[in-house]
Design a protein around this ligand. Structure first.
Ligand SMILES: Nc1ncnc2c1ncn2[C@@H]1O[C@H](COP(=O)(O)OP(=O)(O)OP(=O)(O)O)[C@@H](O)[C@H]1O
Ligand SMILES: [Mg+2]
Length: 639
């Protein structure tokens, strides 16, 4: 096996790429203290003005209060104006009553007196209603904006272990429908209460007109209220079901679009279509159920006031005939009845909205109450003038705290500044895990990792990650231009720097051949590029940041051998004065390293040069041979 490995070519004959700005010793950091360079983008959005109360013992409404309070001025203005508008509106039936009594029947007051009053009240009420609605919706969307930002900000702080657990579909749903239902309740519940308070005023007006008739008129209101409650009670579960069914359809569509390559490769379109039409059928069913309920309740709701009106007409008419009541009073009562119907209906709705909002708030708080596990300590300092001395001491690690199975156990490793070390091991041995621990994607379970004698838990995450550049095994590209993808870690980089980094990563040539060169926008996740092209862009992206410590996790696995040799040539230059950790299966990649460590059974089992390991450790040759067999673009070794 070893013999096969020896004949692998090493990229020494390849023209070296000229990349002065990227050399470690030429590092053009603006800060002479060698401080890290954070992303130079200035936030353009306004941060949320308040956040949820962290005290979990409070009710959900109390916890949301700070967010409401942040917008209280606009909110209260809106409620006051709404109340004012309603008070004006309540006057109108009363004026009508007087107009009929005094102008039409008795001719004591000119009719246009009342006409002008009604027009005036209508105009003022309309204007205040307009401002009140505008402010209310503005408050609602401000609260929604804040909640969305609070959640998003929290998500960006969450650690990798959180993302390993949660489903992205769930997160998206929480960030949309749950925020909406909380926002609706927070803003519309007070408005509905204001409208109900108008009922009291209307009742007082009715009392001033005629006491017994006022009670008769109000007799149907409890009925309206209970019908409202009943309607919401029947419709509420259906609306939940509709939401859930729509989410199911969205999930299937999402998987079909994202997994289209798998679906098509198995010719499974029919199967997926069946799943989708099944889910769509269920959505249809729940919508029809919803329409059925609406059809049952709407006529009832629309006709209940007629019962009130009939009662008013019966008793009021009797009083009019016997001269104890004016005709106008009956008209006024009719208007009041219509006016009161909506608030009483909405009162029933309010209860349902409250239950729904409480459930949504619980789901939102569930995310917000989860604390990131990897954070800056209060005493954390910036990692400055990093030399790149790395030391793993007695490191134990398991991905799951409850899980006793360790991925790494008592791992010890020292990498001197400027050294290039290759980590080799079977698949699943924990090589990527070592890289993830060094960048603090996860914290070690026991032991410590030190860079330049700083425990990495004592330095700020931003400075650590600015100093430790990692090219991940699954390169993820954003749907922006190639240039913006490469400049992701240094948005202010000049095009010359971007091109130099691309050149070093062996990407310049293929990028120049793209339709719009560096301005070509890559498809979602970079799917318009080949695996090897994506990897090269990912390498360029990390090289541009120019970190003193560089980790390449299987970074050249999808790149063909000749191009890889070109990259190696430039990497050799780049690795000067830079500590580099290479995780690789190919011998050609491993040959870049000064030293090789073999990871097996949770720890490092062999450490030395490639030749030493070949001679001393049979397992090493075995692992390399296995890797070579699995390698699709294997350099013709043993084939
Ligand atoms: N996010 C995770 N949560 C739980 N377990 C994980 C996670 N990532 C990896 N593991 C487990 O940890 C072990 C080491 O995984 P790791 O990715 O470090 O292997 P590797 O040596 O990089 O393998 P490969 O050569 O295939 O990339 C594996 O058994 C894997 O199942
Ligand atoms: Mg890996």
């Amino acid at each position: 096996m070893a013999a096969r490995i020896h004949c692998l070519p090493v990229g020494s004959t390849v023209r070296s790429v000229n990349i002065p700005i990227l050399r470690r010793h030429h590092r053009g950091t603006p800060d002479p203290a060698g401080d890290f360079i954070p992303m130079a983008e200035v936030a353009r959005n306004d941060a949320p003005r308040a956040t949820i109360d962290p005290d979990k013992s409070l009710s959900w409404l109390r916890r949301a209060l700070p967010v409401m309070k942040a917008h209280q001025r606009m909110f209260i203005t809106s409620l006051v104006l709404s109340f004012f508008g309603l008070v004006l509106q309540v006057q109108i039936p009363n004026l009508l009553n007087h107009a009929i009594g005094n102008s039409i029947e008795a001719h004591t007051v000119p009719l246009n007196h009342y006409v002008w009053w009604i027009i005036g009240l209508g105009v003022v009420g309309g204007v205040s209603g307009y401002i009140s609605r505008l402010y209310l919706f503005e408050t609602a969307y401000n609260i929604e904006y804040d909640l969305r930002n609070i959640i998003y900000e929290h998500l960006t702080r969450m650690s990798f272990s959180f993302y390993d657990r949660v489903q992205s579909g769930q997160l998206i749903s929480r960030a949309n429908s749950d925020i909406r239902s909380v926002q609706m309740y927070l803003t519309f519940a007070p408005l509905i209460l204001v409208q109900c308070s108008m009922a009291v005023i209307a009742f007082v007006f009715m009392l001033t007109i005629n006491v017994p008739l006022a009670f008769i008129a109000m007799a149907t209101m409890p009925l309206v209220y209970f019908t409202g409650v009943k309607m919401r009670k029947s419709m509420f579960p259906v609306s939940w079901i509709i939401q859930a069914r729509l989410a199911d359809v969205a999930t299937i569509v999402d998987e079909n679009v994202n997994g289209v390559r798998v679906v098509k490769s198995f010719a499974a379109e029919e199967q997926q279509l069946r799943a989708l039409s099944g889910a769509a059928e269920k959505v249809k069913w729940s919508y029809i159920k919803d329409a059925d309920l609406r059809a049952q309740f709407t006529p009832l709701v629309q006709n209940l006031p007629q019962v009130g009106l009939a009662l008013v007409l019966l008793f009021g008419g009797y009083m009019v005939i016997h001269g104890s009541l004016g005709i106008g009073a009956i008209l006024a009562f009719n208007s009041y009845l219509l006016m009161l119907q909506a608030p009483f209906m909405m009162l029933g709705m309010l209860i349902m909205m409250g239950q729904r909002a409480a459930a949504s708030a619980d789901r939102i708080y569930e995310i917000l109450d989860e604390q990131p596990t990897v954070t800056d300590t209060p005493e954390a300092v910036d990692l400055r003038e990093c030399r790149g001395d790395i030391r793993f001491t007695h490191v134990d690690f398991s991905y799951n705290q409850d899980d006793q199975r360790l991925v790494l156990a008592d791992l010890n490793l020292h990498i001197a500044p400027g050294e290039t070390v290759a980590v080799v091991g079977r698949t699943g041995a924990g090589k990527s895990t070592v890289a993830r621990l060094l960048t603090r994607f996860y914290d070690v379970t026991a032991g410590s990792i030190r860079i330049d004698d700083h425990d990495i838990r004592d330095v700020t995450l931003a400075s650590l990650r600015a100093n430790v550049g990692i090219v991940l095994d699954e390169p993820f590209l954003f749907s922006v231009s190639v240039r913006d993808n490469i400049a992701y870690g240094r948005p202010g980089a000049s095009i010359a720097d971007v091109e130099a980094a691309a050149g070093a990563a062996g990407a310049h040539e293929f990028i120049s051949h793209l339709e719009h060169g560096y301005d070509t926008v890559v498809g979602e996740r970079g799917y318009t590029l080949s695996g090897g092209q994506r990897q090269r862009i990912a390498i360029a992206r990390t090289l541009l940041v120019n970190p003193p410590i560089l980790i390449l996790d299987d970074a050249t696995s999808a790149i063909d051998v000749q191009v890889e040799q070109g990259i190696h040539a430039s990497l050799r230059v780049l690795m000067e004065g830079r500590t580099t950790l290479i995780i690789a299966h190919r011998l050609s990649t491993i040959s870049l390293a000064d030293r090789v460590v073999l990871l097996d059974s949770q720890k490092i089992v062999a450490d030395g040069t490639h030749a030493e390991l070949l001679a001393s450790t049979p397992l090493y040759a075995e692992v390399l041979a296995q890797a070579a067999e699995l390698e699709p673009t294997s350099e013709g070794v043993g084939r």
